[in-house]
Design a protein around this ligand. Structure first.
Ligand SMILES: [Zn+2]
Length: 346
């Protein structure tokens, strides 16, 4: 008897739940319904077998989008600054996402893992999207300003959709694309775990020839070509371990060392595109821990990447889009100026 009633009762409860959900009306605004526990009892059965815990139905037929202006001063890291400024307006996951988005927007201009200093300021104008299930994410960064203490003028980024481009691009205030011929860092910002002091070699103490930049990252992290070019060396090279040299159009060479292994097909003569994976972080050669050694060489001499890769302007906005862009820019910059500093006074 018991065995027969139990499935029947489950079916009744399930049907009630389905019916309740089915008749939940279409909503204009997000609402939360806490349903009462459903209890089905039959003589001779423990009621506990048939109590469903309260069922919460969150229902909305709309995504809600609004725009936030967030500003902050960097004390320790971009992420920490955003984390403080975004408290109360964005969940932690969205603050993380925003830090990465900012690094991506400025990846042709700033090596976020190395170029930022205490006191640098940022403003960001961002769309906050609430999904029907209540989750809050960062939708689109509409504009950003980064004022580096050691920079000349603040870097600005204005999002603008040009016809024929599905995702839109970022332009500076004068209408030049932020996309340039070179990325500022050979690793994606979110994959860099820390930065070496870079003055002393971890094995040999003072390494006089150490003119490069070291990025600590997990073994196997993809290494990307900073620009279009041709591989001119791929192999073992003493202290560099597994090393790749890429020659770029202007004669500049980018060098990547200590790699665990190379991507498929890396040999002299191979053409590589900006951003494509050429190998993986390792600790071959003179390295005590996994990291990427990165160098920029001009005429065989190592140069400071910060200077060598600096401000190579991208394409200008198309002429027939300029007036529209200027309106967007003025609006975006005005909103950025109103950015709210959550925890630090400007
Ligand atoms: Zn190094």
């Amino acid at each position: 008897m018991r065995e027969r009633i139990r499935p029947v009762s489950y079916a009744v409860v399930a049907t009630l739940a389905v019916v309740a959900i089915w008749f939940t009306p279409t909503l204009e605004k997000k609402q939360v319904f806490a349903m009462q526990p459903v209890v089905v009892s039959r003589p001779g059965l423990e009621p506990a077998d048939f109590v469903l815990s309260p069922l919460v139905v969150e229902a909305s037929n709309k995504e809600l989008v609004d725009t936030l202006a967030i500003g902050g001063v960097i004390q320790s890291s971009l992420y920490n600054a955003l984390n403080e400024s975004g408290v109360g307006v964005l969940p932690p996951s969205a603050r993380h996402q925003l830090a990465w988005s900012l690094a991506d927007i400025f990846e042709y201009k700033v090596d976020m893992s190395r170029d930022l200093m205490q006191g640098d300021k940022f403003h960001v104008l961002v769309e906050r999207l609430q999904k029907p299930n209540g989750a809050i994410i960062v939708n689109k960064v509409l504009g950003a300003r980064l004022a580096l203490s050691n920079g000349h003028s603040p870097l600005e980024a204005i999002h603008f959709d040009t016809p024929g481009s599905s995702t839109g691009q970022y332009y500076d205030a004068s209408g030049m694309s932020l996309r340039a011929a070179f990325l500022r860092a050979p690793l994606v910002f979110r994959r860099i775990s820390s930065v070496f002091g870079a003055r002393k070699h971890p094995i040999f103490g003072e390494w006089r020839n150490h003119t490069g930049t070291d990025y600590a990252a997990a073994e196997g992290t993809p290494v990307r070509a900073i620009g279009d070019g041709v591989v001119i060396f791929a192999g073992r090279n003493g202290g560099y371990g597994n090393m790749i040299d890429i020659r770029h159009r202007n004669g500049m060479v980018s060098r990547y060392g200590h790699m665990r292994n190379f991507a498929m097909g890396m040999k002299p003569g191979t053409r590589v595109a900006m951003g494509s994976t050429i190998g993986y972080v390792g600790m071959t050669g003179w390295a005590t821990g996994p990291h990427l050694h990165f160098e920029i060489r001009v005429n065989g001499v190592a140069r400071d990447p910060k200077l060598a890769l600096q401000s190579r302007s991208g394409e200008p906005i198309p002429a027939d889009e300029r007036s529209l862009f200027q309106k967007m820019r003025n609006q975006t910059l005005a909103s950025l100026n109103e950015a709210h500093f959550a925890s630090v006074a400007e």
